[in-house]
Write a protein that binds this ligand. Structure first.
Ligand code: NAD
Length: 304
């Protein structure tokens, strides 16, 4: 990552989904102030995904324009992501950066979760990110440039009470991003995941006001700006926790593990005997693909 004082995005087009409030608004106004053409997408519904309105996106577009920036509104649901990208192409003739940010919550205990709570969360977070990214992808490939941010959550990475639908969808963003990163690399399309924590209508009822004060959405923006800027030429497929001024990369860790001969001696009892090794994280490695696991199996040839 090259050092840079003020990151500019002149001439680039940024699509920010769910940009009518919260984090999305912070991203959109930032990019608008740094020379980018901004597509401000927002369905304008409730945090549970009910209703719709053009107001949320319009307010942000007007704010960007009033400050001298360039922005256009789009009111489609991310489930129709191709229309959002169409808006970018029609208004600005290109798309360079996609921030998949739109989101809703349908929190309820696992025992009481209805099909609709599950399906709506997957429709917005997972299908919405897929549809929007798929529409932008051919443009990225053709111009050999693209930057994608997908939005995960601590609830996805670690689980959280009352959020099994949201957790599953947010973990899906990690796998989605890791594959896009692998497929996009040779076209200079870099894709990363952020797991933010910030004050917004999604968090205002679950955290005390003094904590929320330190967690403003604009604290998420600089890391995202670094990741989607042309000066980032190699950071891709990564997960970042970010909030309140702290940011850190996360990765997979594999324990030492046990290698047993793959014959009739490989019983449940034999595994129990080796359990300390299966769960031994004292000298971990950090896998990045299935090939890493297959290398471990090569050692099986050397077993006595
Ligand atoms: P927010 O409710 O303030 O913003 C989300 C925006 O997405 C809203 O303006 C909403 O109208 C829009 N939206 C919802 N469904 C849409 C759809 N189908 N199509 C288009 N727009 C739609 O919430 P936020 O906290 O700013 O959340 C932004 C993202 O960050 C979400 O993906 C959320 O899950 C994620 N996130 C937030 C936090 C946090 O601490 N705030 C933590 C983890 C993850």
């Amino acid at each position: 990552m090259a050092p840079a004082q003020e990151l500019r995005f002149d001439g680039q087009t940024v699509v920010v989904t769910g940009a009518g409030g919260g984090l999305g608004k912070a991203y959109a106004t930032f990019f608008g102030s740094r020379g980018a053409n901004v597509v401000v997408n927002d369905l304008g519904g409730s945090f549970k995904g009910e209703g719709q309105s053009t107001k949320a996106a319009d307010v942000v577009v007007n704010e960007i324009k009033a400050a001298g920036g360039k922005a256009v509104a789009n009111y489609d649901s991310v489930e129709n992501g191709e229309r959002i990208v169409e808006t970018a192409i029609k208004a600005f003739g290109r798309v360079d950066i996609l921030i998949n940010n739109a989101g809703i919550l349908r929190d309820v205990s696992f025992k009481n979760m209805k099909d609709q709570d599950w399906d709506l969360i997957f429709a917005v977070h997972v299908k919405g990110s897929f549809k929007t990214a798929r529409a932008a992808w051919p443009h990225f490939r053709k111009q050999k440039y693209g930057r994608v941010i997908n939005t995960s959550s601590a609830a996805g990475l670690f689980g959280n009470f009352g959020q099994c639908n949201y957790s599953a969808a947010k973990m899906a963003m990690v796998g989605f991003t890791e594959t896009l990163a692998k497929e996009g690399l040779k076209y200079n399309i870099l894709c990363n995941t952020v797991a933010p924590i910030a004050a917004s209508r999604l968090t205002e009822t679950i955290m005390p006001p003094e904590v929320l004060q330190a967690l403003t959405p604009d604290r998420i923006v600089p890391l995202v700006a670094c990741l989607v800027h042309p000066s980032n030429t190699d950071e891709t497929g990564a997960i970042f926790e970010v909030g309140g001024g702290h940011m850190a990369k996360l990765r997979w860790e594999r324990a030492k593990g046990a290698l047993l001969r793959a014959d009739e001696s490989m019983t449940a009892g034999a595994i129990v005997k080796k359990w300390a090794d299966v769960a031994d994280f004292s000298a971990p490695d950090y896998p990045t693909g299935a090939a890493n696991f297959l290398e471990l199996l090569e050692d099986a040839q050397k077993l006595p």
